[in-house]
Design a protein around this ligand. Structure first.
Ligand SMILES: *Cc1c(COP(=O)(O)O)cnc(C)c1O
Length: 391
């Protein structure tokens, strides 16, 4: 079955939909039984897709879990209230006092904060590695290394990792690998097929796709699924069936949306590359993006997120660009249908293993589904304001 067709069918078995097209939205805290036998059977089956108690999920949850498993070739998928909960719980499920985790230096900032805060407090040792390290990661593995955490690409610096190479090294050493795969979505690539143990998504982004839901999901292979599931449940994680329903809806149009986001983004990136204010564009399809050949090798499709570096730091000029944008609003997210823009002056600020200092401001754009001409005109006016305000 082609991916486009799979996306239409996943999670839509008759047991979830009844006679309707979509899986039913079932809200419940309490599941009731009419006989002791029925109750005992549900109890025995409670780790599978069986309703038992609201925290374990309802049919809506199971439909989404099944959909994600099919899309990622996973043994199981756990749904969390947000992407950060999915990431942090996955880490907690496999790390304890005295253990060591290797974390990619371009990691999503809140994941770094969790590592530096909670993980350190619980006696976990953390080291950071260069996103471009590849199989050389072997020399950083210690006796007590239990987890290698990946994110490819970093959502600001856009550095791509050699995921299969790192997964192979980890496997040779019995180390669990987990990846923040939010950028790729299950359509961009399937980390479990590349040897990674857990693939994690902030479903807040492209999966739900409309900037109105917080949701996370972690899909695991047979080797680690039961530990991930048991620990996540112990931590009390569950998500609202209403939100999960939105994720199921989002999946149906995700390929269509991603193709248009990617197409628009590519055109905007090519246009930006010609601008005199721009030092370089970090778009996955361009050689100026670190690890670009890994994107070409490992990804089936791109999306609307990329960054570019300006030639100089000029806060006043940057502000006058950002203040006047018509279509690009400022917002700490991406993956919805709308365009967004953010800037930062110090991408290398919190880095530990690598010292990347962009020439000028690093600007991240999420290219939405607006007409590309309107977006380019908006950026054109913005960069003109930037230049006019320049000192
Ligand atoms: C947004 C995001 C997260 C966190 O997801 P939430 O749903 O906001 O908790 C994690 N990783 C990446 C790359 C993200 O963009």
């Amino acid at each position: 079955m082609k991916t486009s067709t799979r996306l239409i069918n996943v999670g839509r078995k008759a047991k979830y939909t009844g006679t309707a097209v979509n899986p039913r939205l079932v809200r419940a805290s309490t599941i009731t039984y009419h006989s002791v036998d029925e109750m005992e059977r549900a109890k025995a089956e409670r780790d599978n897709y069986t309703q038992y108690y609201g925290r374990r999920g309802t049919e809506t949850t199971f439909a989404f879990r099944e959909a994600m498993c099919e899309l990622e070739n996973a043994a199981g998928a756990y749904v969390f209230p947000c992407g950060s909960a999915a990431i942090n719980s996955s880490l907690l499920a496999f790390l304890g006092q005295g253990d060591h985790v290797l974390m990619v230096d371009s990691v999503y900032e809140p994941t770094r904060e969790f590592a530096e805060g909670t993980l350190k407090r619980f006696g976990v040792e953390i080291s950071y590695y260069d996103p471009l390290i590849g199989s050389d990661i072997e020399r950083l593995i210690q006796e007590n290394t239990k987890v290698i955490f990946l994110e490819s690409p970093g959502s600001w610096s856009m550095e791509f990792q050699d995921v299969p190479a790192i997964a192979q090294v980890a496997r040779n050493h019995g180390v669990v690998t987990m990846i923040d795969n939010t950028f790729a979505t299950p359509l961009g690539n399937r980390p479990l097929d590349m040897g990674v143990d857990i693939s994690i998504h902030s479903a807040t982004k492209y999966i739900t796709g409309h900037s109105d839901v917080m949701l996370g999901v972690a899909s695991a292979n047979e080797r680690v699924w039961s530990q991930l599931q048991a620990n996540s449940f112990e931590l009390g994680h569950c998500a609202s069936p209403d939100d999960i329903y939105q994720a199921l809806k989002g999946l149906r149009t995700m390929e269509l949306r991603l193709r248009q986001h990617a197409d628009n983004a590519r055109q905007v990136a090519e246009w930006l590359q010609q601008r005199p204010e721009v030092d370089h564009v970090r778009h996955p399809a361009f050689a100026s993006c670190p690890g670009n050949e890994l994107f070409q090798r490992d990804f089936d499709m791109g999306n609307g997120l990329f960054s570019f570096v300006l030639k100089r730091h000029d806060q006043a000029a940057m502000d006058s660009m950002l203040d006047g944008m018509r279509h690009f609003r400022m917002g700490f997210s991406w993956g919805g249908y709308e365009s967004l823009i953010l800037s930062t002056s110090g991408a290398g600020g919190t880095r530990k293993a690598t010292d990347w200092q962009p020439a000028g401001h690093l600007v991240r754009v999420h290219i939405g589904l607006e007409a590309v001409e309107d977006l380019i005109a908006d950026l054109d006016a913005g960069l003109n304001r930037y230049t006019a305000a320049g000192s």
